[in-house]
Each structure stands twice: as C-alpha cells, then as structure tokens.
Ligand binder design. Structure first.
Ligand SMILES: C[S@@+](CC[C@H](N)C(=O)[O-])C[C@H]1O[C@@H](n2cnc3c(N)ncnc32)[C@H](O)[C@@H]1O
Length: 586
C-alpha cells in the first residue's frame, strides 16, 4: 500500500513536494504516473524519499525537481520510441539516483561562471541534475551548457528540459544559456579539436569547459568506421565509441576542469584500451571511482559492469583516489576508501591497469597475490587461446568421434570446475574434429593441459573456471580446442600431473577469482591478463596439486583450504574466503 507523506521541499526552493513511500514505489518509478496519483501540476517538482523497504539503505535519495521534470519527458520519449531504435542509438538513460550522484561529484565550489559540456545528452537528465544543484546555491551564478545529441527524435524533448531548467534558474536569481548542437559529437566536434589546424578548420570554441558530464553511447567501432580515423592516435584496436567520448571530453576541458562519466568498466584493463589509458592519464588525474558490482542493476540492458569516474585535467596528478562500490543503485550508502594512486593504477607491467577494490578484504587479497615472486609468464608457463573457430572450421566438425581419424573437440561446455567432460553428446554441438593434413594447424598434440574458460555467463558466481586435461585420459594423439577456451601448458616440457592439478586448484580458488575481479570487469578472461598476473612458484603449485590429488573427492572447500594453507594465507583472510565459498553453495 502506498502511504504518501507530503512536506515542503527545501531542495527545490520550497516549490516541490516530497513523496515518501512505505513499500511499493518501484525504482523504475514513472513521474507522470506519480503526478497523476498525487495530483501535482506539470511544473511542480517531485522529491522521492525512499525508505528502507526499498533496499536503498538508510540514506535518503532525492530526485531534484528539474531532473524529475526531465524524467517525465524521458518517459514520454521512451513511450514513443521502440526499444530497438533506442538500443541502436546507444540510448540507455542514466537512472535518477546516478544522475544526482554524478552531479554531486562536480566541484563543490561552483565558480561565478560555469561552462558545462554534456555530450550525448539524450533528454538532458545529467544537465538537469546539475541545474538542480545550482538551485541550492544562494548567490547568483551564470551557467552555460553545450549539449550534443545526434538523434533528431530526442531533440524536442531535450529542448523542453533545458527550457524548464533555464526558467527555474532565472527564478532562483541565476542566469543560464544553453546551446544544443544537433550534431555528431565525434565526427563534427571532436574532429575539430583533434584534427590539425587547417584553413578549412575553424578554430573551435569547444574548449576550456569547466566541467564535462557524460553517459556516452556504448558500441564497438569497426576499423573502417569514420569514427576510427578521427582519433586513431588515441584509441586503437577494437575501440568502443565511449572511449572516443571520454577522450574528446578530456581534450575540451580547461586546465583543472573536471570530467564526470559513467561508462563500462572495460577501459580499466586489457590490451585494447592500453593506449587509451596512457593517453588519458597523461592528461587527466583520477580522483574518484565508483563501481557497480552488479552487471544488471544500474543498466538492465548493458552486459558489462559500469563505473563512474571523476577526474580533472592535470595540474598535477592526484596522490590518492577515492574508491567506492555498490551492488546497484544503493550508491549513496557506499563509503569511499581513500587509496594511494599507485594502488589503484598499476603500471608495473606498463599497462596502466585500474584495480578496483570493493572492500578491505579485496585489498588484502591483492596484497597477497602481488607479493608472489614471479609473473605467470616467468614460470615457463604458456597460456594461449584455443585455435578452433567453429564457423571457420565447419568442414572438420564431426558429430561423433571416429577413432584415430578424429580428435576430441573441447569447448566451453566441456569445462566444469576440475573436470573435463568429454564426449558430451548434444545434438547441436559437434564432439570431434577431423584429423587430416588440412586440419593439422588447428590441432594440438595430446599432452597435459589446464583449460580455462574465456567467458563467464552474465551473473555467474565465478569468473575463473578451470579443469585439467591429462594425456593419460585421452586415447587419440591430438586434441582440438575451441577458441572460447584458454589452455595452459609448459613452454619447454610436459606439465606434471601435480602441476596440472595445482594450477587448476589455483584458478578455481576463491582467492584468485576475487583477485581477478579487482583487476578486470570483463566477462572475458584474456590470456594477456593471466600472463601478467603474479603467481606462486611452480614448486608450490605442485605441492598444492599433490595434496589435492590425495583428496577423496574434489570438494571446493577442501581444495580452497589446501590452497590457502600452502600459500600461507592468514586466518582472517582464509576465514573470509572460506565463508564466501560456503555461502555461495547455499
Ligand atoms: C547512453 S545515452 C545517455 C543519454 C543521457 N545523457 C543520459 O544520461 O540519460 C547516449 C546518448 O548519446 C546520443 N548519441 C549517440 N551517438 C552520438 C554521437 N555520435 N553524437 C552525439 N550524440 C550521440 C544517443 O542518441 C543517446 O541519447
């Protein structure tokens, strides 16, 4: 039952109303519906007080009146625009809780004149949230906003949001001007700030912003796309459009200016974004990171973890970074930890990876792992991706094994923790691979291997899942490994059975899984990341393996206990990790 509680809204200059729910306002509340329900007029702001029953902790989360007005327009736009079309444009609108949080990350001392850039503005939710902040400032300010939006259908709604904002700003004694650029932010604007000056290139006025706030679109950009050539010096490989937005936003700031962005976490690690990270962090000092641990809570249709970052144009690099995490939209309850920049940005391998610790335990885990003496690649171990790409090898795929003329075909379905299950008879999946001269380049000699899945499913418990494949269990001289698997072998000799068991135990341990999550937000487990990870010595790995082999059954708690003991992990951390594995069974 909904029990409304009305009171005057101080945040919105006493003109809005606060609606307090007792139980059933959903997070995806529809302001139009709320207006009708509570008989509020169009111009009146809504503050929504969420209480404990909505699982947002004890902190009050409010939606300012201008943002609330924008949300009504956004709902109207969503009602008129099919989901497919919005997806095609990368239109995943920022939830109101996140808009408010991001606006609060902008400088606390708003200068007398403030120039804001909102690229990929959508219906203007982020700008509206910033304007809401100005409504709480007593002395007069001048706000200038430049917004970029290249979807013509969104523009009338965006204009209405901004008109409403400027009226409200004026009513509060501020002045505000805005310009909506109905243009492509990358092709029309970024090109002018990145391109070399020429007679035909007008000097751009798109610079010297005090702040940029953005939720850019996310989609992969092909090498042949016109986007790729605009910033080829900054983003290489298989870029994603959001990295172009971040780079262009950074380029358009004045020295000391601030950039607040919500993006996928994928730029934080991995080879594809390495060049981008170096370029970006040469220019920008990271001040704040907030990670959404759930891949679905903040943006239902985005499969990656999302991060909010706040950074400023150098000046001088920050010495510390405030890091917080929340499962979903309960982000106001998150307590940031202040960490040295060297703990967060790890450049020890020259990759400038960003590590995000969700808790003190995760920091402790990271300290343990990083104290190990060698990197994986220094142990003589080799990790590679399975060579078989199914759709390119259809001529060699066999529904059933055919003696020595075929090799077992192993893919992600065959790899369970500690167990390589083969053959798995499934109508849709081939189980074997033809052995012939033409298929030789795709086959591996039968040896002892450790197989590691390259992908985990969306909300899967573990990111790392490994099994061992022992030569003694396979009758055929060759195996075929599909490219959704990574495989580990020794570069110069056969892995011993103890080593194969030990490596599998390590990959399947909560210890390594939790560590891996701090360095990677991808569902993908890249061989590069494993190669540069610290690892215990092969001698210790073999001892772990020997003890694991002595177990009557490969129970995950018993294995974890062996791993923790042999690696000398202290009692508190061991208890924490074992509790995690116990709870995950319930
Ligand atoms: C993820 S949505 C975010 C919208 C809004 N800023 C928010 O936070 O709710 C990204 C927006 O960028 C727009 N967009 C996509 N590509 C663009 C481009 N190249 N230039 C300008 N806008 C673009 C989309 O139409 C969409 O409205």
């Amino acid at each position: 039952m909904l029990v409304p509680h009305y009171s005057r809204n101080r945040h919105a200059g006493g003109r809005g109303k606060i609606l307090e729910n007792s139980a059933c306002l959903s997070r995806q509340m529809n302001p139009a519906h709320l207006r009708k329900l509570f008989k509020l007029d169009e111009t009146e702001g809504i503050d929504i007080l969420m209480n404990d029953s909505m699982a947002v902790g004890t902190t009050r989360t409010t939606t300012g009146r201008l943002l609330a007005h924008c949300l009504t327009l956004q709902s109207e736009y969503i009602g008129l625009t099919p989901l497919d079309r919005r997806k095609e444009k990368g239109q995943f609108f920022t939830p109101p809780e996140v808009c408010g949080f991001m606006a609060d990350l902008l400088p606390s001392n708003l200068p007398a004149t403030f120039r804001l850039l909102d690229p990929g503005a959508g219906i203007g939710a982020l700008s509206a949230a910033v304007c809401d902040r100005f409504l709480g400032v007593r002395s007069s300010r001048r706000l200038q906003i430049d917004l970029f939006e290249n979807d013509a259908a969104a523009l009338p709604f965006l204009r209405k949001t901004l008109d409403c904002c400027s009226q409200a700003m004026r009513a509060h004694g501020h002045s505000m001007s805005y310009e909506i650029h109905a243009k492509d932010f990358i092709l029309d604007a970024a090109a002018s700030v990145f391109g070399s000056p020429s007679l035909f290139n007008e000097p751009s006025h798109l610079g010297d912003f005090d702040a940029v706030i953005m939720n850019p679109p996310y989609f992969k950009v092909t090498k042949s796309s016109p986007y790729a050539s605009v910033m080829e010096d900054v983003v290489h490989g298989q870029p994603n459009i959001y990295a172009f937005f971040l780079a262009a936003g950074a380029q358009m700031l004045r020295p000391g200016g601030e950039l607040v962005a919500i993006t996928p976490r994928s730029f934080c690690n991995g080879l594809y974004f390495r060049g981008f990270r170096h370029w970006f962090f040469d220019k920008m000092a990271l001040d704040r990171i907030h990670l959404f641990e759930s891949r679905t809570e903040a943006f239902r249709d985005v499969l990656q973890e999302s991060v909010i970052t706040a950074s400023h144009r150098l000046g001088k690099p920050s010495s510390t970074v405030a890091v917080s995490t929340s499962f979903g939209l309960d982000l106001h309850t998150a307590r940031p930890a202040i960490l040295p920049i060297s703990t967060v940005i790890d450049d020890s391998c020259g990759h400038a990876n960003i590590r995000i610790f969700a808790s003190a335990e995760e920091r402790a885990i990271s300290e343990v792992v990083e104290s190990w003496p060698h990197r994986f690649s220094e142990l003589g171990l080799r990790i590679s991706t399975g060579p078989v790409v199914m759709f390119r090898a259809t001529e060699f795929l066999l529904a059933e094994p055919n003696g020595n003329d075929s090799a077992p075909l192993l893919s992600v379905f065959n790899v369970k923790p500690f167990q390589t299950e083969w053959p798995l008879i499934h109508k849709k999946h081939p189980t074997a691979f033809k052995v012939c001269r033409d298929s030789q380049r795709l086959l591996l000699p039968t040896r002892n291997y450790v197989l590691l899945r390259r992908f985990s499913a969306k909300e899967e418990r573990r990111r790392l899942t490994a099994s061992f494949l022992l030569a003694s269990d396979i009758a055929q001289p060759f195996v075929a490994l599909e490219n959704h698997l990574n495989y580990v072998c020794h570069a110069e000799r056969e892995l011993t059975v103890d080593e194969a068991y030990g490596l599998t135990a390590l990959f399947n341990s909560a210890l390594l899984d939790r560590y891996f999550r701090t360095i990677s937000g991808n569902t993908q487990v890249n061989a590069t990341e494993i190669r540069s990870m610290k690892f215990p010595s092969l001698h210790t790995v073999a001892i772990i393996g020997r003890k694991v082999r002595q177990l009557a059954s490969l129970d995950s708690d018993a294995v974890e206990l062996i791993v923790l003991r042999e690696l000398g992990i202290n009692c508190d951390l061991s208890a924490h990790l074992l509790e995690g594995t116990l709870f995950s069974h319930i």
